[in-house]
Design a protein around this ligand. Structure first.
Ligand code: KE4
Length: 427
């Protein structure tokens, strides 16, 4: 019998590019037919054939309290019953703004948008408007959404002037983006020595989660803050993924680095389209309608999305929430690593807070180059074997994974047992 996933995929490909509304969902990296989900509850999702999976993607991070948490669903229902949107301010937007500024000390002011791309795109424009400079710095392997200036890869040349990593991005725009090596403090210092007076902003994932998980080196974080301060560049921490994921205060609180601007998304929307950017008051006050940097959004601060975000942010403030989540995530990564070691498979895993990385390598990568040296083909084989066993990891060797508060010790143990059976016959 044809899988409903397959028949839905066949039909979708006729009218949706690649059959999906976001490329990674198409399983092109891992091969096979993408899953079409019909339901989620807690740590479990069901595909179009009714097959259940323990979910370690969680909508790419937002589902930190689990799918369909009753409090979140009820808050969304209540908000929706009062109106799906007004295009006008609501008290709920003030409430979530106050909560965000209370949870993240670096936030003196904040503005809501509808996606991480909007947040980072605007933070860049704001930094350029504030400094009067045009050049931005990003790091190879980091992803900040799909605005033109950020779809840039390392170019050739001594100090990499960016080259487009997507067609449709004018070379003139890409040339304003310098792409450096993540975790390379010396390279960052050289770039600032060379062109520090031209740099409007450095944007960075404080924990990289879009080239698989790569943890920051302390000296790298220190160099980011020092160089931006010394040269008057705006330090933008892109915490769309790490915000409220690695700790209550995000990666900035976990590692003790204070950004000038921060971008947020995912968890703060509870699964609905809500994101934000914010930071220093002197920078944020450059934003329209106060200042000359324009930004706008029909659905910014949408009351139904804010209801999901607010309720999620209230739930993560429960006593011991992040300690339990971190412990549960470590249980997964340590169990998988121990099983691979027992069976002599070159595999390891690591975590920070509620996010983790899986690597077919002898030790966790600390750079983009080391990530690219991991065995992606082995990952793809593992991904499908685990999928057959009812475990859904991110469909790419270059993505992080996520645990939720709904994942039980039994879920984690069952995942490790499934991996152990696979590693025991691994060739
Ligand atoms: P969105 O525009 O997709 O809401 O956010 C872009 C973004 C910005 N910054 C960081 C650090 C991000 O991780 C993201 C989006 N993350 C990917 C997952 N790797 C979203 C999944 C997808 O592209 O479908």
């Amino acid at each position: 019998m044809t899988s409903h996933n397959q028949s839905l995929f066949d039909a979708s490909q006729k009218i949706i590019p690649g059959g999906v509304n976001s490329p990674v969902r198409a399983f092109r990296s891992v091969g096979g037919t993408p899953l079409f989900f019909q339901k989620g509850s807690g740590a479990t999702v069901w595909d179009a054939d009714g097959k259940r999976y323990t979910d370690y993607v969680g909508s790419w991070g937002p589902m930190i309290v689990g799918h369909c948490h009753p409090d979140v669903v009820r808050a969304v229902q209540d908000a929706a019953a009062n109106g799906l949107g007004f295009g006008a301010p609501t008290a709920a937007e003030l409430e979530i703004a106050e909560l965000l500024c209370r949870l993240l000390p670096s936030l003196e002011m904040v503005r809501m948008v509808s996606s991480g791309t909007e947040a980072t795109m605007t933070a860049i424009r704001l930094a350029r408007g504030f400094t009067g400079r045009s050049r931005i710095v990003k790091f190879e392997g980091c992803y900040h959404g799909h605005s033109d200036g950020l779809l840039v890869k390392a170019g050739s040349g001594a100090l990499t002037f960016g080259q487009p990593s997507s067609s449709g991005v004018p070379a003139e725009i890409a040339a304003l983006t310098t792409v450096l090596t993540y975790n390379d403090a010396a390279g960052l210092e050289r770039a600032f020595a060379e062109m520090g007076s031209e740099i409007a902003a450095v944007i960075v994932e404080p924990v990289a989660g879009n080239m698989n998980l790569v943890l920051p080196k302390p000296e790298f974080l220190a160099a980011l803050r020092k160089q931006c301060t010394e040269h008057g560049a705006v330090l933008i921490l892109d915490e769309v993924m790490t915000g409220f994921r690695v700790s209550m205060q995000g990666a900035q609180g976990y590692y003790g680095i204070k950004p000038d601007l921060v971008t947020l998304g995912k968890v703060m929307g509870g699964g609905l389209p809500a994101a934000a950017f914010g930071g220093r008051r002197d920078i944020m006050e450059c934003l329209a309608p106060l200042g000359a940097v324009y930004q706008a959004g029909t659905l910014s601060g949408n009351p139904v999305a804010v209801a999901a975000g607010l309720t999620t942010l209230k739930l993560v403030q429960a006593e011991g929430f992040y300690e339990r989540l971190s412990q549960r995530t470590r249980q997964l990564t340590e169990g998988l690593t121990a099983s691979a070691k027992k069976h002599g498979v070159a595999f390891c895993a690591q975590s920070v807070g509620g996010m983790f990385g899986l690597y077919f390598a002898v030790q966790p990568p600390t750079s983009y180059a080391e990530v690219m040296a991991c065995d992606a083909r082995a990952f793809n084989k593992f991904f499908h074997a685990m999928l057959d066993a009812g475990v859904y990891f991110a469909p790419s060797a270059f993505e992080a994974g996520f645990v939720s508060a709904a994942h039980t010790e039994a879920d984690i143990a069952a995942t490790i047992a499934a991996a152990d059976a696979i590693f025991s016959v691994w060739k």
